[in-house]
Ligand binder design. Structure first.
Ligand SMILES: *[C@@H]1O[C@H](CO)[C@@H](O)[C@H](O)[C@H]1NC(C)=O
Ligand SMILES: *[C@@H]1O[C@H](CO)[C@@H](O)[C@H](O)[C@H]1NC(C)=O
Length: 629
């Protein structure tokens, strides 16, 4: 059973990626096999346990300071999807001359770069010290280094390979890798048709005279190439392509790349979440179902004509629970936007589960998210206006306007500010102007009008009828216990959903910030479902406690207790920084904080909305069940 589930969750979801994605590309002998170069990214240095990420800034491959060889006629940018650009891909062509099954094992000189200034050398050395990696793509496959998993002994492909080697103990200056052993694995399904099924690169540093024709000789006895930061020098780039036949069929060519994920950790995470959910369900069913059904039957059994004083517990506040809370406008706008985000996450996860997000289709995850978000504007507008009307708000137009514009504007402002920092740091990660324009167009040109349409229908449908009337005069609220105060309740309630997700969260953060690929979508979807369920139950529970304590101002509290996990996410993000990052520059630190805050804000909106809507549903159910004269 467990094995079956495992196949469903992990292997199948990874394999299903090949369904639509890209069709196999057949090469004939001698066909050119283009090599594309992507931005340089910092990576966790290999071989060192507990290695930390030292930067968050990507650099264009053809940043003039790197002095990489450029193709004749200049580098050409390759078309990319929106999500791919947003997630930092900048793909260009390259001068590598690779033809299917030709020049096997021949040493080739790519180019000789003369007059590399000391300034450029310093830039390169600094990037080597920060463990930057080169990212190449051949036929959609990333170039990888072959590594051995120290725990399982399995071979796997680690995407990207080092710009150089910084052996701080042996020597001051790091060595630049100026020679690449490229091993291309091919599969021959039909006689004469070849497919690329693996791209491996072993970079190495070859010192000595850089002017002489290269020999590509590597090994222990070869002096590495050290760049001096005080004088100009020459760098010779060489490469050698080896074609190796492989039994791996095209359909499973990604498996080696995705092996990095030890499924045991994901299983641990899942079981951890399930334990929390089961624990919660038992608690909720014990507290809520037993007490509530007992309460209801007792309330309804009382003969009202005799014993009016018998009211107690949550029934006491029946005349108050639907009183308009403070700032209904902000609350409804947040709920509307949260619902829009929630549907986006849900649909994206379904897409990922069905295998529509092929890893060859770079950035498809982010693209799908953006498109979903844009087209779910209607959901946001509809829900926001209905919630607003139900809370007793009257400024419908203002509500519709704010729902459509506030969140995109805030996100846009944050991203724009971070972009300025990226530009200042000379990074290629800054979102290009054209892409910015496209996003603005998507948001304000499609999402906002859809939101307005949704708001129109929402106000047509109007407020949800309350099951009980609101009293004229507000009741006095007795002092509430400490654990029901808003901050305490939010922190307490947030622990459970956070606890259900934090192992999976580690992988998500690693893939966001340490450019690790993430493809365990089966686990992610289940975890997300569990987090949603936990958030809803915890909020209902706290709302019930509040009402029992005669504290009837539950609307904002429900949102806060639902969103409580966001505070833990923030704390975890800071912990992740302390334990996994060792950022050398302030720009990196600001970037990390900026993205983390954005993530926390979105999480707060999503989980807060779940908490609010669940509590709203529960409160309505609760008060429709009792008899009030
Ligand atoms: C290329 O050379 C390697 C060893 O140098 C050899 O194992 C491989 O079979 C050769 N490939 C082709 C297609 O000749
Ligand atoms: C290429 O194939 C040969 C022979 O099958 C093998 O010995 C060698 O290790 C392979 N090289 C790589 C890099 O896979």
């Amino acid at each position: 059973m467990a094995a079956l589930l495992h196949v469903l969750l992990f292997a199948a979801s990874a394999r299903a990626f090949y369904l639509p994605g890209a069709a196999p590309h057949n090469f004939k002998k001698g066909d050119p096999v283009p090599l594309f170069v992507n931005a340089l990214t910092p990576m966790l240095s290999s071989g060192v346990d507990n290695s930390k990420l030292k930067s968050l800034i990507n650099y264009d491959y053809y940043n003039p300071k790197f002095r990489f060889c450029e193709p004749t006629g200049g580098a050409q940018k390759q078309p990319e999807s929106l999500g791919s650009i947003l997630f930092g891909d900048r793909i260009f062509n390259s001068p590598y001359d690779i033809k299917m099954l030709e020049s096997n094992g021949t040493c080739q000189t790519l180019c000789v770069q003369r007059d590399v200034s000391g300034e450029d050398a310093k830039f390169i050395n600094d990037r080597i010290r920060e463990d930057y990696a080169l990212n190449w793509l051949i036929d959609g496959l990333p170039a990888a280094e072959m590594k051995i998993d120290t725990r399982t002994g399995d071979l796997f492909f680690d995407m990207g390979f080092n710009l150089g080697n910084d052996d701080g103990k042996l020597r001051e200056t790091p060595a630049l890798n100026n020679h690449y052993e490229i091993v291309l694995r091919y599969h021959e399904p039909v006689q004469g048709n070849f497919r690329v099924v693996g791209v491996l690169v072993w970079p190495s540093s070859i010192g000595g005279s850089q002017e002489e024709p290269g020999t590509c000789e590597t090994g222990e006895h070869i002096e590495p190439l050290l760049l001096t930061e005080t004088q100009t020098q020459t760098i010779r780039y060489t490469y050698r392509v080896t074609w190796n036949q492989s039994d791996t069929p095209w359909a499973t060519r990604w498996d080696n790349y995705l092996k990095i994920f030890d499924p045991r950790i994901h299983w641990f995470s899942l079981i951890n979440s399930l334990v929390i959910v089961v624990f919660l369900c038992i608690m909720v069913s014990m507290i809520l179902l037993r007490n509530v059904s007992r309460d209801i039957s007792r309330y309804n059994a009382i003969d009202l004509s005799e014993d009016v004083q018998e009211d107690w517990g949550w029934k006491l506040v029946h005349g108050e629970v639907f009183r308009t809370p403070g700032r209904p406008m902000i609350l409804s706008v947040m709920v509307g936007n949260g619902a829009q985000l929630c549907s986006m996450v849900g649909v994206t996860l379904v897409f990922a589960l069905l295998g529509f997000l092929s890893p060859s289709n770079r950035g498809s995850l982010a693209t799908v998210m953006m498109i979903c978000w844009t087209f779910f504007g209607g959901i946001g507008g509809y829900l926001s206006s209905r919630v607003y009307a139900s809370l007793g708000g009257t400024e419908r137009r203002k509500n519709a306007f704010m729902t459509a514009t506030i969140l995109p504007t805030v996100i846009f402002a944050v991203v724009f500010l971070l972009n300025l920092f990226l530009l200042g740091a000379g990074s290629s990660g800054a979102v290009p102007f054209g892409t910015m324009l496209l996003i603005v167009l998507l948001w304000y040109g499609i999402s906002a009008p859809l939101s307005a349409v949704g708001a129109y229908f929402g106000s047509r449908h109007g407020a949800i009828q309350h099951p009980v009337r609101v009293n004229q005069i507000p009741r006095q609220i007795p002092p509430t216990p400490k654990y029901l105060r808003p901050t305490a309740a939010a922190l307490l309630a947030g622990i459970l959903p956070f606890g259900a997700a934090f192992v999976e969260l580690y992988f998500v953060l690693s893939s966001l910030f340490a450019s690790r690929a993430y493809y365990a979508f089966g686990f992610l979807a289940l975890t997300a479902g569990i987090v949603g369920l936990t958030t809803a139950t915890v909020s209902i529970l706290f709302t019930y406690f509040c009402l029992c304590a005669e504290e009837y101002r539950w609307h904002w509290r429900a949102f806060l207790t639902g969103g409580g996990s966001a505070f833990w996410l923030l704390a975890y993000g800071l912990f992740f920084w302390a334990s996994r990052l060792n950022l050398h520059s302030t720009s990196s630190a600001i970037l990390y904080l900026g993205y983390l805050l954005l993530l926390v804000m979105l999480d707060f909106l999503i989980t807060g909305t779940i908490g609010f809507l669940a509590s709203y549903w529960a409160v309505r159910r609760l008060y429709s069940a009792i008899r009030i004269d």
